[in-house]
Design a protein around this ligand. Structure first.
Ligand code: BG6
Length: 281
């Protein structure tokens, strides 16, 4: 296996974003985002970086399928395929730093999902913000395809039981811990005190998580991502995962912006775009 390599966006003032590129499978997963030297993302101490499996933490990209998939791995293949560094980190006039990554169909992806596509994501690192833009292009001349996609963001938190998540009140959610039963969220802030795995539907553009690192708040803004997935495995599910420490669940919460409860239908020769902005408040 080739040596692990990383791409680093450096904004100065100990503010960096690191993307993992490794071995045969350059999966382009963001594995670190430090603001003033403070890490904002959770990566398990037991995460495996062998390119065969998604990295347990950071911000893996889910595509072209969210959840268990009969044609390939859970959450699709974007977390394990080769990505290219399309544009190496470059400082803009504002001082912000930009990098672009891309991947496209290959023999490997066609063996699971026989469509021609191009997937691009652009990262911009600002003083206290990380911007992501994802674009999916249907490269076929005549075949439409449908897909789901999501940013599987693992936030680092000192104690998940003390976090509150705004922006979910009034939304319906599919509770994956209860065989997919559908409920209506009545709470103005959502707290987590047990195994949680929910797809909130038609959520607003903004969520705020309180009590992330150093007791601060994290703002998530999303565009063209109608859904928000909230996930924490809690202790029993944590024990089932070989790449997640049994005692790590209090230190993470996944708040995932996605297009998952209904698929996107993309016509030939057209593109879909969506983005997320993370901001330390
Ligand atoms: C979440 C799903 O997005 O990801 C959960 O809602 C799933 O059901 C979790 O368990 C982790 O998935 P994976 O494939 O990274 O183990």
């Amino acid at each position: 296996m080739a040596a692990t390599s990383v791409v680093v966006l450096d904004r100065g003032n100990n503010t960096t974003c690191t993307i993992n590129l490794h071995g045969k499978s350059d999966c382009a997963t963001v594995v670190s985002w430090r603001v003033n030297n403070q890490e904002q993302l959770f990566v398990s101490k037991q995460a495996v970086f062998d390119g065969k499996k998604a990295i347990r933490g950071g911000i893996p990209i889910v595509f072209p399928h969210f959840g268990p998939w009969s044609f390939g791995p859970q959450h699709g293949f974007a977390r394990i395929v080769r990505w290219n560094l399309e544009k190496a980190p470059e400082r803009m006039a504002s001082g912000d730093v930009e990098a672009i990554f891309s991947t496209m169909d290959s023999e490997f992806t066609c063996s699971m999902w026989n469509y021609q596509f191009r997937l691009t994501y652009r990262l911009i690192l600002r003083e206290k913000e990380l911007h992501f833009n994802i674009a999916v292009f249907n490269a076929s001349k005549d075949l439409p395809f449908s897909f789901s996609t999501l940013f599987h963001t693992y936030f680092k938190v000192p104690d998940v039981r003390r976090c509150q998540i705004t922006g979910l009140q009034g939304c319906t959610y599919i509770d994956k811990t209860r065989d997919g039963a559908v409920y209506h969220e009545t709470r103005d802030v959502v707290t987590i005190g047990e195994w949680t795995d929910r797809i909130y539907q038609s959520t607003p553009q903004e969520h705020i998580i309180t009590n992330v690192v150093s007791g601060r708040k994290m703002r998530i803004q999303k565009y063209n991502f109608p859904d928000t997935v909230i996930w924490n495995p809690w202790i029993e599910q944590a024990k089932e995962m070989s790449d997640f420490g049994d005692d790590e669940y209090p230190n993470m919460v996944c708040v995932e912006a996605g297009y998952v409860s209904n698929p996107v239908l993309l016509m030939p020769g057209t593109a879909f775009e969506a983005s997320q902005v993370l901001q330390v408040m």
